[in-house]
Write a protein that binds this ligand. Structure first.
Ligand code: ADP
Ligand code: 5GP
Length: 188
């Protein structure tokens, strides 16, 4: 394994997916780590593209087989994890691996891989901005948005444990700053 690892974590609505999509379109030899999850597919999500969708029993079997780099119960009863086989598949194909995982997973993967990994925390400029973005995105009910906002305050306490914090206020600036940081890390 020679590729490098780039970890993105953020409170929901910070703009992480938007920034990750921007990065994937640039010439950085990045491949997205497809996680396993026990949550239901949403919208047009496809098994093996967006996630590996497992039943709880299948997920627990993988835990027993020590198949995960890390896993977390991100929401009650909903498990998410990074498969060792996925990281191997991508690094063996010569890619740098990009992870979109929750704050605890992000801190754990960074600890495991040390200087081979860059951990990035995407922070919204304020909780009010986060609220506006979650409503603007239009994918969640007011109850779900409130749960995510409550969780965001807790997630923000993890930011000092990341290598870099990107404040996503102006989106263009956040994208170009992140791209620059990643290029420097990959070329180091
Ligand atoms: P996440 O993946 O962190 O949950 P998204 O990338 O889905 O967040 O972004 C949440 C919403 O906020 C989307 O509708 C997106 O278009 C919008 N958004 C992202 N960045 C900004 C920004 N800098 N300013 C305003 N809106 C933004
Ligand atoms: P969603 O259900 O919205 O796709 O993801 C919910 C949360 O789970 C996000 O914070 C996402 O980053 C996180 N997540 C996705 N995959 C993994 C994973 O493999 N491990 C961990 N720890 N979190 C993950």
């Amino acid at each position: 394994m020679t590729g490098k690892l780039i970890i993105f974590s953020a409170p929901s609505g910070s703009g992480k997916t938007t920034i990750v999509k921007y990065l994937m379109q640039h010439d950085l030899q990045l491949a997205f780590s497809i996680s396993a999850t026990t949550r239901e597919p949403r919208g047009t999500e496809v098994h093996g593209t967006d996630y590996y969708f497992f039943s709880v029993d299948e997920f627990k079997q993988k835990i027993a087989e020590d198949a995960f780099v890390e896993w977390e119960e991100v929401y009650p009863g909903k498990f998410y994890g990074t498969l060792k086989s996925e990281v191997e598949r991508l690094t063996n194909n010569g890619y740098n691996v990009l992870f979109d995982i929750d704050v605890k997973g992000g801190v754990n993967v960074k600890k495991m891989y040390g200087t081979r990994a860059l951990s990035v925390f995407v922070q919204p400029p304020s909780i009010n901005a986060l609220r506006e973005r979650l409503y603007g995105r239009g994918t969640d009910t007011p109850e779900v948005i409130q749960d995510r906002l409550d969780k965001a305050e807790y997630e923000m306490t993890f930011s000092p444990q990341f290598d870099v914090v990107i404040v996503n206020d102006n989106l263009d600036e956040a994208c170009t700053n992140t791209e620059k940081l990643i290029r420097e890390f990959l070329n180091a």
